[in-house]
Design a protein around this ligand. Structure first.
Ligand code: CA
Length: 506
């Protein structure tokens, strides 16, 4: 079989993507000859495109040519004008609903998790200690190191201790109309499924985010909350934290994994550092795994509003009701207005790395990003940090920033995140494991001991999306069950949590 040089996604496309760096004068499949050197993952014009003409990839108009583009030319991000984003009113819904039998069948139907009294099961057994304010973070960081060293060895059935710190809590307009978004995130993080229902909250004592804003009255007890300003000096403060942690660890140590149905599993999907291969290899492979999970009864979140905005009509077609479609439109509209208030639009999203990776603009990025949602019906749409009410595929409307999407999905209760990358990121979370999937073989060769799964062979034709989808599905269940550890956990590469706060800071 001759080596594949380019990939054309849709028959209507007038561009293809280079599988490798291609020199000028390369004869492509079909006989076309490149006029310019084409960097890997970048676009080649398959036909002459006149000034003002449509540039089509994924069967979708990415933009309009600023000048004539002869066939065989390299099309970079400077050569096209952005189209208008799709209208949000009267989007047809439910026109592309797949029946469960049309989705790929899961090859395993159970996993090993920590059952909770309510909500999804845990993938880890962790003591989570949450701060109400950043002021307490330094103390907690030191205390957690001591807990790990002095207490954790006594409790072999506990996987770890996590300090859930964040930049929210004080110096913020706590009564602003949008403050509920950040407050809900902190409140739901306290009850993350991996913390087994044990509540441990450390506050300073004078912050605006008081305990009653994140806990119901019955949970605000000396057993669960600890206020640093109540203690006389360093030693008393540390001892109080260690004593409380010890009591919680005793209870957590009694938890055991048990065989559970997939309906007890809640995971999230995210991508970051995407390139033009992400939408061909890594994201559709993750989407295939998502379809298997959904058919098996699991719940899968996908997110990142600005990265689906240009494909919103495609998502509306998969919404199961007018109500879900309306919620999707409302979340998009909220974000359009949020960006407009900041003087930008959704094209502020792509990064220099995305562009170097061949993504010309946000339309092209969105078409690739959506692929990670697979093909299942969308049963629910919710706002950042809300918890699911349904099982199945859900759009959780979070920002696309890796470091903001992560805690938002954690607050929704994900026990694991699958993270697709083109350019490479060491991203990880300590509350829940993160599996990283890269879009190119070269990325896996470069970061051989940082990237868990490569989807690069889909581009060269050596593997199918179903092959890599199956690998991702298997790794999700192995990692969720505690059988395997992704690289980020092996090294302890865990990012800070940035709680989404659209309300003013004072
Ligand atoms: Ca992201």
């Amino acid at each position: 079989m001759p080596e594949r040089l380019t990939i054309q996604i849709n028959d209507h496309d007038n561009v293809a993507v280079a599988v490798h760096d291609l020199p000028a004068g390369t004869k492509l499949e079909g006989g076309l000859v490149t006029r310019d050197p084409i960097p890997q993952a970048h676009k080649i014009a398959l036909r002459d495109i006149p000034a003002g003409g449509e540039i089509v990839r994924y069967g979708v108009v990415l933009g309009y040519a600023k000048a004539d583009i002869p066939a065989g030319s390299w099309i970079n991000e400077h050569m096209l004008d952005l189209p208008e984003s799709p209208a949000l009113t009267d989007m047809p819904w439910g026109t592309r609903i797949k029946a469960a039998e049309e989705l790929p069948a899961p090859t395993r139907t159970t996993w090993l998790g920590y059952r909770n009294k309510v909500g999804p099961a845990g993938t880890r057994n962790l003591l989570g200690i949450v701060t109400t304010v950043q002021c307490a973070a330094g103390v907690l960081k030191v205390a957690v190191e001591r807990i790990k060293k002095e207490l954790l060895p006594k409790y072999p059935h506990v996987d770890g201790v996590v300090a859930v710190t964040h930049p929210y809590g004080c110096g913020v307009a706590i009564n602003a109309p949008l403050a509920y978004l950040s407050i809900r995130a902190v409140s739901n993080l306290i009850r993350h499924p991996n913390f087994g229902g044990e509540i441990m909250v450390v506050g300073l004592g004078c912050e605006k985010l008081t305990y009653d804003r994140v806990l119901p009255p019955e949970d605000i007890t000396p057993e669960n909350v600890l206020t640093l300003q109540d203690y006389a000096g360093h030693d008393a403060m540390m001892q109080a934290i260690l004593d409380m942690a010890d009591r919680k660890l005793q209870r957590l140590d009694r938890r055991r994994r048990e065989e559970l149905p997939l309906s007890e599993l809640l995971i999230g999907m995210q991508c970051g550092g995407s390139d033009a291969f992400s939408g061909i290899t890594a994201n559709p492979s993750a989407g295939y795994a998502a379809d298997m999970l959904v058919r098996g009864g699991a719940t899968v979140l996908f997110s990142e509003v600005t990265e689906v905005r240009d494909g919103v009509h495609m998502l509306a077609a998969r919404c199961v009701s007018a109500g879900v479609r309306d919620k999707l439109a409302a979340e998009m509209k909220w974000y359009d207005d949020y960006l407009a208030a900041g003087g930008v639009d959704r094209d502020a999203n792509p990064t220099p790395g995305n562009k170097k990776g061949g993504l010309a603009n946000i339309v092209e990025k969105a078409m690739g990003s959506i692929a990670k949602s697979g093909t299942s019906p969308i049963v629910e749409v919710f706002s950042p940090a809300e918890k699911p009410a349904k099982h199945g595929l859900i759009f959780a409307a979070t920002p696309a920033s890796d470091i903001v999407c992560g805690p938002s999905q954690l607050a929704s209760g994900i026990g694991l995140q699958v993270f697709m990358t083109g350019r490479g990121t060491p991203y990880g979370l300590d509350v829940a494991p993160v599996i990283k999937v890269c879009s190119r073989t070269e990325m896996k060769e470069h970061w051989f001991d940082l990237i868990d799964i490569s989807a690069g062979q889909v581009a060269t034709g050596e593997k199918t999306i179903a092959d890599v989808g199956q690998e991702i599905f298997d790794m999700i269940l192995d990692v969720a069950s505690g059988i395997r550890q992704p690289y980020s956990d092996q090294y302890g590469f865990h990012n800070d949590l940035c709680i989404f706060n659209p309300a003013p800071i004072t």
